[in-house]
Design a protein around this ligand. Structure first.
Ligand SMILES: [Zn+2]
Length: 258
C-alpha cells in the first residue's frame, strides 16, 4: 500500500540517485522538479483522501462483511434543527447510525446529544473546534482538542468514546501521533456524499446510491435541509435493497466506547 513511509523512502532514494549522478554529469533540473512535484502531490493527496490510508490507517469500509449491512454516519452535529429530524427518520425506517459530533456543539446541545445515544445510535469524536486550520495543528494541540471533547462527553453521558472521525477527513503526521497516543480508532468512509457542496439533492443521492454496497460507510452531515431530504430517500433505497444501516461499531464488531 502507498503509505507515507513508502513514498518518503522512494523519494529519498531518488534524491540519493540525483546527488550521486551530479558527480558525473550536470543535474537534469526538469527531472528533479518532477521528483519534487510528485512527492508533494502524493503527500497532499494522502492528507486529503482518507481512503488512501497514507498517514494513518482508518476503517473506511468492511469488505469482509457477509451481511447486508451499511453504516450511515453523520458529521458536524448535534444541530438543534436537523439532528432531531435525522433521528426521527432513522427511527421511522428502523435504522441505526453513528454521529461524529463536534465538541463545541455538544456543549451547546447536551440534551440532544444524550438523545442520540438514548435512541441506540453510536457517537464519536469529531474534534472540539473543527477549526479550518485543524490540519496545521501540532500533536499537542490535536490531543488537547480530542481530549477536551472526550472529557465533555464522559461528563455528560459517562461514555468514554473510542472512535474518531477527522475534521474535513484531513490526516497528517500530527493527527496520526495524537490518535495513536490517545488510543482512538479512526473511522473514514468510502461513500462521500458531498452533501455540503453545491450539488443538489438528486446529485447527492445518486452519488451515494451508485457507490453503496455491503460494508459501505456513508458520510452525511446532520446540518442542512438538503442532507435530511437525501437521508429519507437513502433510507427508502436501502429498504428496497434490503440493506440495513447499523452503527459503525456493529458493522466492524468493534467497541465504540472504552
Ligand atoms: Zn466535519
Amino acid at each position: 500500500m502507498l503509505t507515507r513511509k513508502t513514498v518518503n523512502t522512494i523519494f529519498l532514494l531518488g534524491l540519493a540517485v540525483f546527488v550521486s549522478l551530479s558527480f558525473f554529469k550536470p543535474i537534469s533540473w526538469p527531472a528533479f522538479a518532477l521528483l519534487m512535484a510528485s512527492w508533494f502531490l502524493l503527500t497532499l493527496g494522502g492528507s486529503f483522501f482518507i481512503r488512501w490510508n497514507y498517514h494513518m490507517t482508518s476503517l473506511n469500509s468492511n469488505n469482509e462483511i457477509n451481511k447486508p449491512q451499511v453504516a450511515i454516519t453523520f458529521d458536524d452535529g448535534p444541530h438543534p434543527e436537523y439532528t432531531p429530524k435525522a433521528l426521527s427518520l432513522l427511527e421511522k425506517y428502523n435504522a441505526k447510525a453513528t454521529f461524529f459530533c463536534i465538541g463545541k456543539n455538544i456543549e451547546k446541545h447536551p440534551e440532544l446529544f444524550k438523545e442520540i445515544i438514548r435512541q441506540g445510535h453510536s457517537v464519536g469524536n469529531h474534534t472540539f473546534s473543527h477549526a479550518n486550520t485543524f490540519g496545521f495543528f501540532g500533536t499537542e494541540k490535536v490531543m488537547e482538542e480530542l481530549t477536551l471533547t472526550n472529557k465533555l462527553v464522559e461528563g455528560i453521558s459517562g461514555l468514554k468514546m473510542a472512535l474518531y472521525r477527522p475534521a474535513f477527513g484531513v490526516t497528517n503526521p500530527s493527527i496520526a501521533r495524537a490518535v495513536k497516543k490517545l488510543g482512538l480508532k479512526t473511522i473514514g468512509w468510502n461513500v462521500r456524499s458531498l452533501d455540503t457542496t453545491f450539488r443538489n439533492e438528486d446529485q447527492v443521492l445518486k452519488r451515494i446510491t451508485s457507490r453503496t454496497q455491503n460494508g459501505a460507510i456513508i458520510l452525511l452531515h446532520d446540518t442542512s435541509a438538503k442532507s435530511i431530504a437525501v437521508l429519507e430517500r437513502l433510507l427508502v433505497f436501502l429498504e428496497e435493497r434490503k440493506l440495513q444501516s447499523v452503527t459503525v461499531d456493529q458493522m466492524f464488531q468493534i467497541r465504540a466506547y472504552e
